[in-house]
Write a protein that binds this ligand. Structure first.
Ligand code: PLP
Length: 407
């Protein structure tokens, strides 16, 4: 028996690149200008097209999703030692810009049925030094950004939405993820809904934040004034014209990519939700970057590690916990591996990152409460049957009672 191979985002099997991308790339090559600061027009057009698509006033492109998040934190302009509240259940790209701007990451806990920040936990972490909240729409499941925006406004701080996994995710108020907070950030890395290999986008309705981010992205060099000077500490996070060309073509595919992911994920949801101890995410507004499965391991039921092993035996590879440990338990934070041997700016608050500090985060990551099934816009009926079959076989192996239906 040959193993069933699912489409995946690391190859053409699970990506939609084609003639539209090639055509735009040819335009750039033929123009002879691959750089936006020296006259290229693709990146500026890409920014405008993305802003129009999600209904934001301003968009600034950058070289990665992490860079996009760095623009956002730079726009918060924290003093060293100011605090930014975020989640320990996310890609490191959410966290790194906080430390890069010398701010202290403060971890709030998440909700057990989504893995997204719990607004009450966020509220309990606010201090006089809090400058911003960075929320993640994990796997494309909408976070409670309306509540978080209220909390932010109450305290006069900024809400940054990390929507790297949440293109065309609908939040509860009916807005696109990334447009409820003061700033929204997206990634165009290879595995995201749409891709330029690497790349990032930030959006905002605030012209002052937009200007700060645009400057930070380009050495804080105010090219619009014609003056060669540097207004503050910035970096070179420019997107190349080649990436922007691909991005513009990818935008044309986004709606269908999300529609296809939704259709297949919602079919799989009926399968997963029928299995004792497993539940999928609320599909309302979800754009399914990947497919999270929440595991109730109480009363001796199998945990996510057991499920993951059993599924692997039937050819389906999953990621228990999504990441290996909460971000606050990685050496970067737990051992303050930041600047030289200074431990700055977290050396004095290491106790706040101890094991046990965010119990729900740890239940999901460390204790087997969550596993992730990779999702893809190119899944066929056969692919869905294969995934359901692996779940059925794993359930049987694990002695989980009940019938597992077809997708
Ligand atoms: C992918 C991702 C990032 C980082 O994006 P890169 O483009 O890889 O730098 C940040 N946050 C989340 C939630 C992500 O999924």
């Amino acid at each position: 028996m040959t193993a069933h191979v699912l489409p995946d985002t690391s190859s053409a099997s699970g990506r939609r690149f084609g003639a539209a991308e090639l055509e735009r790339l040819a335009e750039v090559i033929e123009s002879g200008c691959l750089n936006r600061a020296m006259g290229g027009t693709q990146t500026a057009n890409f920014e405008q097209e993305f802003a129009d698509l999600i209904g934001a006033e301003h968009c600034v492109a950058a070289s990665s999703g992490t860079a996009a998040l760095h623009l956002a934190v730079a726009a918060v302009n924290p003093n060293p030692g100011d605090e930014i509240i975020t989640t320990g259940l996310t890609d490191a790209g959410t966290l790194l810009p906080i430390l890069s701007q010398n701010a202290i990451p403060v971890f709030a806990d998440v909700e057990p049925d989504s893995g997204n920040l719990d607004p009450e936990s966020v509220r309990s972490k606010i201090t006089e030094r809090t400058r911003a909240i960075m929320v993640v729409h994990l796997m494309g499941v909408p976070a409670k950004v309306e509540e978080l925006r209220e909390i932010a406004d109450e305290h006069g701080i900024l809400l940054i939405e990390d929507a790297a996994q949440a293109y065309l995710t609908r939040t509860r108020s009916g807005r696109w993820a990334g447009t409820v907070g003061h700033i929204g950030c997206f990634s165009l890395q290879q595995s995201k809904h749409i891709s330029t290999g690497d790349g990032g986008l930030t959006v905002t309705d605030d012209p002052a934040l937009a200007r700060h981010m645009r400057l930070f992205m380009d050495k804080a060099w105010p090219r619009d004034t014609g003056e060669r000077t540097h207004l503050f500490l910035g970096l070179n996070y420019r997107m190349t014209e080649l990436a922007a060309a691909v991005g513009r073509a990818q935008l044309g595919r986004l709606e269908q990519v999300v529609a296809d992911r939704k259709a297949s994920a919602e079919r799989m949801l009926t399968v997963v939700n029928s299995i004792e101890g497993l539940s999928g995410a609320d599909p309302e507004g979800t754009s399914w970057w990947n497919f999270p499965v929440f595991v109730d391991r109480r009363d001796g039921r199998p945990d996510a590690f057991a499920w993951s092993e059993a599924l692997k035996a039937h050819g389906l590879y999953t990621a228990p916990g999504y990441i290996r440990m909460p971000l606050y338990r990685t050496p970067l934070i737990a051992e303050a591996k930041t600047y030289g041997s200074s431990g700055f700016p977290i050396a004095d608050v290491l106790d706040s990152y101890a094991e046990g500090s965010c119990p729900v985060t740890e239940e999901l990551i460390t204790h087997g409460g969550l596993f992730i099934v990779m999702w893809n816009e190119n899944y066929t009926d056969e692919d869905l049957d294969f995934i359901a079959g692996a779940l059925r076989a794993a359930a049987a192996d694990l002695g989980v009672p009940g019938e597992v239906p077809c997708p």
